[in-house]
Design a binder for this molecule. Structure first.
Ligand code: ADP
Length: 890
């Protein structure tokens, strides 16, 4: 054992920088400095007995440097703590400890206590070209010594030493000491505790346990302490603990301290682990997943998405203040986990910010008025006045591109070309076109967006439209602006006011967007069916351009010039395959459509085109089958052969393959005549004899009403039966129209005698009778006062059992005293009467001025009769005039 080692009186000295080798410990040193290499070569390598060397700690500090004096200091003259100061080259050190070597002439302090060590292993590295050799020495510490004197031998130092550790007999004696026994027990217990803690943690302490039982306690103390990472000072004090009691208590203290530090570290780890919240765990797992994905090359990662989003935002050209806002939001998003509640909302919001056309515009060429006019003429037939107004509008824009002209509002029944005119304007201006439908919008949020605090919030339709169109200067069509309503959710019209106001729309604030957006570059055009429902302030911002609806001749021109070529093209046909002669178009207009616009007409033409397309496809199929008639395998042919001999005959001539193309062309051109029309569109829906048929019995009169589809002809039927004098009204009527019926009945009852409806004024001709008035087309709600005169006419007809003239329609409000008051929608009503084939129209006298709006061609076809009082109406409504007028004192 080490304690039996006989120490020589002189030892070659290997300095050990800022570290201590303790007895029992094993260390590995790389020697590169010339002094150390010489020492190893001469003392350990070449000597046969491979003697011992002394490992002596040296201290190199700045303080030491400051205090450095003289050269080698002889024993006894060292400082109290046993240090000697020697000024020598740093070259003395074993280089493995010589990290960060200072200047060559560096003052160092030798410690005057060291440990004698034996080399367990020695290996010599390859000699470098510079002549340098490196040795790796494994040393085992054996026994403490004190330095008596240091001298140089050649290039290295040797020291005269004396042994410090006790010899074996001395030790045996000391171990009898009760204090030592107590201390060693204490040390062993602490050491045991440390081992078991380490065992739990690392499961490697098995061998150490064996040490505890076999190695003497004074050596154990050194071995344990040597294995800890402790400071240089503490290592030195351990080296100084020559006395057994001191050494044991010191070692116990150090082991205990180490144990405590392990425990504290463990506690902290447990605590931290406990605090790892669910989301942190998720985060860790996600990180792992990301790593796995990366390994798999699966890169559609959120982070990539966010980077892409950021790039998109950068290129969106947002104004600086909005860019700042967007960046703030992006920073928030980056901190969030994708599963977090606000993540997707925030992301969708940022996507919107990035998608909006902050600075993107379509290049506007200088407006070519001639080209614009040609474009309008090419797209639309007629509408001369409207086109002229549009050209004026464009001319102003040409002269002053940033002019804040009025917002055009096209007002007219459906299908008269409002939308297509707006899109023609867009193409004349070379701008993109976007249509925003406002029909049925009751919520202000539809225009302005919902605040982002709401679940499912989204931007308003305007911002959505701009995102869709992708430029900030489109032509934006606010379609059906008269159909917005207001309720508890706010008033969309007031939001539209802001949109259409050039003073305000530069900073339009959408609640969802929450930052201002510049709408001033947008050209707004509105459409409406009627101008009355548009709130006056909104109407005030717009210039109304009326499109009254088309006459049959105009419809015919529109159909032949525009609709038929378009429909044929849309269905992949050619004019050589489908021909719709003018007469047929006229029939369609008369019998299948009764509208102000041309939408139904277009639909009917499309039906014809579809029928032609089916025919053409079938013929192509037959021709192909004909070519391969010897192998009748196609299902079409199979079924035809089975189903119909007629078709079989069709196939046979083709099989002969003569005149194949002739056969095709001869049957290919589909010329639509009346019979084809009926086959495709069904029996006629309207005919001009309808009025005569319906008015064929007393009690029915013909009124004119206004609906959102323009004017309409409305029949009113009245009948009477046994009852108690009640008035029944049916046909989805509003309050005003019910009141009109009541007024009409009162007026008729009051005039019963004058009208010769009852023999005398006192006699109630309604006694034991109920009256029922019905407005057919019961599914359509009706209201308004304009049916007043029609109601009276039907009641008079009922009670007098005289038929009303079938060619006469009427509209007008009546007072209780029989005065006829003017009503609205005259133009549409007159046009409707004309469409219906009515010849005479009774209007309130005071509506005469409204006739200027009616096209003169229509007026030329009609006899307009003006009535001031109810008796005028009755005069006009009955054949031969009102027969009772002579008696009446109305
Ligand atoms: P609105 O917006 O008034 O309801 P649209 O603009 O949608 O009607 O028009 C319906 C169809 O009728 C469109 O295909 C349009 O091209 C066509 N149309 C309407 N008026 C004319 C016209 N004067 N000339 C040519 N086509 C027309």
């Amino acid at each position: 054992m080490a304690e039996t080692v006989e120490l020589p009186s002189r030892l070659a000295i290997l300095p050990f920088r800022n570290k201590v080798l303790l007895p029992g410990a094993v260390i590995r040193i790389r020697c590169t400095s010339t002094r150390s290499v010489k020492l190893v070569e001469q003392e350990l390598w070449q000597r046969e007995d491979k003697g011992l060397i002394g490992v002596l700690p040296v201290r190199v500090t700045e303080a030491a440097a400051a205090a450095a004096v003289g050269t080698l200091v002889s024993p006894g003259s060292g400082s109290d703590n046993g240090e000697r100061i020697v000024k020598t080259s740093a070259d003395v050190f074993g280089d493995s400890q010589n990290q960060g070597s200072k200047s060559q002439e560096e003052p160092i302090r030798w410690y005057n206590r060291g440990v004698a060590a034996r080399a367990l292993n020695l290996s010599r590295g390859v000699e470098k070209p510079s002549g340098k050799v490196t040795y790796v020495v494994v040393l085992e510490g054996l026994c403490r010594f004190s330095v008596q004197e240091i001298s140089e031998r050649g290039t290295y130092f040797v020291a005269r030493i004396s042994r410090l550790d006790m010899t074996k007999p001395e030790l045996e004696l000391a171990e009898q000491d009760p204090d030592v026994i107590l201390l060693s027990r204490q040390f062993k217990a602490t050491a045991m505790e440390l081992i078991s803690v380490l065992e739990q943690k690392q499961k490697i302490a098995g061998r150490t346990k064996v040490l505890l039982d076999t190695v003497p306690v004074h050596r154990l103390a050194d071995i344990f302490v040597a294995s800890f990472e402790i400071g240089f000072e503490e290592q030195l004090s351990m080296l100084d603990s020559v006395d057994l009691k001191v050494r044991l208590s010191k070692a116990t203290e150090l082991v205990d301290r180490h144990l405590q530090s392990i425990r504290v570290a463990e506690k902290i780890t447990q605590k931290v682990e406990g605090q790892l919240s669910k989301s942190q765990k998720e985060f860790l797992l996600r990180q792992q997943m990301r790593a796995i994905k990366e390994e798999l090359g699966d890169n559609d990662d959120d982070e990539d998405d966010i980077a892409a989003l950021e790039r998109k935002m950068q290129s969106a050209g947002m104004p600086p203040n909005i860019w700042k806002h967007a960046q703030r939001e992006l920073r928030r998003l980056k901190k969030m986990q994708p599963q977090q509640p606000g993540y997707s909302g925030s992301r969708v919001y940022l996507e919107l910010l990035a998608d909006l056309p902050w600075e993107k515009v379509t290049e506007e060429h200088e407006i070519d008025l001639k080209a614009a006019k040609e474009q309008l003429d090419c797209d639309h037939y007629g509408l001369a006045k409207v086109k002229q107004r549009i050209i004026e509008y464009l001319a102003v824009r040409k002269l002053k591109p940033d002019a804040r002209g009025p917002v055009l509002c096209f007002v007219g029944p459906p299908g008269v070309g409002k939308t297509s005119l707006a899109s023609s304007i867009a193409s004349a201006l070379n701008r993109k076109f976007v249509r925003i439908s406002l029909g049925g919008v009751k919520d202000e949020a539809d225009i302005r967006g919902h605040r982002r605090t709401y679940i499912g919030s989204m931007p308003g339709r305007l911002i959505e439209g701009l995102k869709r169109v992708g430029v900030s200067n489109p032509v934006m069509l606010l379609d059906e602006i008269d159909k917005t309503g207001s309720d508890i959710r706010g008033d969309p019209a007031s939001a539209l006011l802001e949109v259409l106001d050039p003073e305000q729309n530069g900073t339009f604030n959408d609640h969802y967007l929450n930052v201002p957006f510049d709408l001033s570059k947008v050209i707004f055009i509105a459409t409406a069916n009627r101008s009355q429902p548009i709130p006056p302030p909104l109407l005030d911002r717009m210039e109304v351009i009326e499109l009254p609806g088309y006459m049959p001749e105009e419809k015919l021109r529109i159909a032949t010039k525009h609709l038929i070529p378009r429909v044929i093209d849309q269905h992949g046909l050619s004019p050589s395959f489908l021909q719709i002669p003018e007469d047929t178009v006229k029939l369609i207009i008369q019998r299948y459509t009764r509208e102000a616009g041309v939408r139904s007409l277009e639909r009917c033409l499309a039906s014809l085109a579809r029928a032609a397309a089916v025919k053409m496809a079938e013929q192509e199929c037959i021709i192909q089958v004909g070519k391969n008639a010897h192998q009748p395998t196609t299902s079409l042919l199979d079924t035809r052969l089975v189903d119909s001999a007629e078709v079989e005959m069709e196939v046979i001539p083709m099989d002969s393959r003569h005149d194949e193309t002739d056969a095709f062309t001869s049957t290919s051109t589909l010329i639509v005549d009346e019979s084809i029309l009926e086959k495709v569109l069904g029996p006629p829906r309207f005919d001009n004899g309808e009025a005569a048929e319906r008015v064929s019995s007393p009690g029915v009169s013909v009124g004119l009403v206004w609906t959102s589809f323009g004017g309409e002809v409305q029949f009113i039927e009245a009948t009477t039966m046994v009852g108690k004098g009640d008035l029944h009204l049916t046909g989805q009527l509003g309050d005003v129209i019910k009141e009109s019926a009541q007024i009409a009945l009162t007026w008729v009852r009051a005039r019963a005698a004058d009208l010769k409806l009852s023999p005398a004024a006192e006699i109630n001709f309604l006694e034991n009778r109920d009256i029922h008035i019905h407005f057919p087309a019961g599914a359509v709600p009706k209201d308004g006062p304009s049916a007043g005169i029609t109601l009276v006419t039907s009641l008079v007809s009922l009670f007098s059992r005289r038929k009303v003239r079938a060619d006469t329609a009427m509209t007008g409000e009546m007072t209780l005293r029989g005065l006829v008051l003017p009503v609205g929608g005259i133009k549409d009503k007159v046009l409707a009467a004309h469409r219906y084939g009515i010849k005479r129209v009774i209007l309130p006298d005071r509506n005469m001025k409204d006739l200027v709006e009616v096209p003169s061609a229509v007026l030329a076809d009609l006899e307009i009769l003006f009535a001031k009082r109810m008796d005028d109406v009755l005069e006009f409504a009955f054949e031969g005039g009102c027969p009772w007028r002579q008696y009446a004192k109305l």
